[in-house]
Design a protein around this ligand. Structure first.
Ligand code: KG4
Ligand code: ZN
Length: 346
């Protein structure tokens, strides 16, 4: 019998629940984005926890109602156990633990980034390993080699800011609001990506596989370079009209680095299959850049925007894999802000 998984995600500022039958049967799905954080230009952890607590019952009920399934008919209960904001994580995981205990259902504790890895396979059954994976979110930038589900080789990661974090910080510098990615994409469409030559960090032609920085990323210098330009333009009274050019040039710098490092992995692994996940995978410029670099013989797997940013469906999908592999969580499992990626080798 195909299991029905209830997936809960509350690691940051989205409260989400999904009912997934098998790998691709997304029967019900609700994502509630918290807007209180807009006032502060970033996520306020305590406000996030309280908001999750307020709405979690309604969000799960709505997903179940859409699926036409009673809670008692769910086979597996899953929630994100980390990484993320600890208070926010505890709301979803504790909710799942209580339901699993009360109904006597198996519980699966999911790593948030592994959820992002599984997201494209909900909509595209061919989005299966082997592939090179680029996971780019507000908190993480990971380049992985994935020979099979559950076995992950870490090729590179960011040394400072995550890719999404760079979008969020630069949007704040440009006065565009939060979250940064979508609004930078919108404003960049009116600008020239070649207007400013921003740095492409850790991208030198003489780097070789095995060099420490061959696959790693760094985005904090780029953010500072944008800030310096913004101050100069402000002093000259030219900032407002240059915002589209700055946004487009910044976006191009991030995309160039992400594409170049991903293509290094493609070459080294001899595998022209790439999967992108995480909020920044919603970027049209990134998808276009990777598709062009991969060319005719390559395959690019990416989630639709709704499954790119945080959602319960990807948690349910990753949970299904672990359920079938027998990786059940004990009822005393706890959330961890720094949960290690399961199956990850360096
Ligand atoms: O995966 P996600 O929803 O949450 C985390 O796990 O962090 O990713 C959110 C991040 C934010 O930093 C947001 O600015 C970025 O994804 N993002 C984008 C786009 N849409 C969202 N970045 C670039 N281009 C986009 N279109
Ligand atoms: Zn995420």
């Amino acid at each position: 019998m195909t299991p029905v998984v209830l997936g809960i995600e509350t690691s940051c500022d989205e409260t989400s629940a999904a009912v997934l039958r098998g790998e691709t049967g997304l029967l019900g799905h609700r994502i509630l984005s918290q807007d209180v954080h807009e006032l502060y230009g970033g996520v306020v952890p305590e406000l996030a926890s309280r908001a999750h607590l307020r709405v979690i019952d309604e969000v799960v009920d709505a997903a179940l109602a859409e699926a036409g399934i009673a809670l008692a008919d769910v086979d597996v209960v899953a929630a994100t156990a980390g990484p993320g904001l600890i208070g926010a994580l505890l709301v979803g995981l504790t909710w799942a633990k209580c339901v699993a205990y009360a109904l006597g259902k198996p519980l699966i504790a999911v790593h948030h980034m592994e959820g992002h890895l599984f997201a494209p396979s909900i909509e595209d059954p061919e989005a299966q390993p082997p592939f090179v994976a680029l996971l780019v979110s507000g908190g993480h930038t990971l380049l992985l080699w994935v020979p099979e589900w559950g076995r992950y080789e870490l090729l590179g990661e960011t040394r400072d800011d995550a890719a999404g974090e760079a979008f969020d910080k630069v949007a704040k510098i440009l006065g565009l609001g939060y979250p940064g990615g979508p609004v930078i994409q919108r404003v960049a469409a009116e600008g020239d990506p070649r207007a400013y030559r921003f740095p492409r960090a850790m991208l030198a032609a003489n780097q070789r596989p095995g060099d420490a920085d061959y696959y790693d990323f760094s985005f904090s210098g780029l953010k500072t370079a944008v800030l310096t330009r913004v101050r100069e333009l402000e002093a000259a009274g030219r900032l407002p009209s240059e915002v589209p050019n700055l946004a487009a040039s910044f976006q191009a710098a991030v995309v160039d680095v992400l594409v170049a490092k991903t293509m290094r992995a493609v070459e080294e692994k001899g595998c022209r299959r790439v999967l992108i996940g995480g909020g920044v995978a919603a970027s049209r410029a990134l998808r276009r850049g990777l598709a062009e670099a991969l060319g005719e013989g390559g395959r690019l797997f990416h989630p639709t925007p709704r499954l790119a940013t945080d959602n319960g469906a990807m948690i349910a999908r990753a949970a299904l894999f672990h359920y079938e592999a027998g990786h059940l969580a004990p009822l005393d499992v706890t959330a961890r802000a720094d949960l290690p990626f399961p199956g990850l080798a360096r």
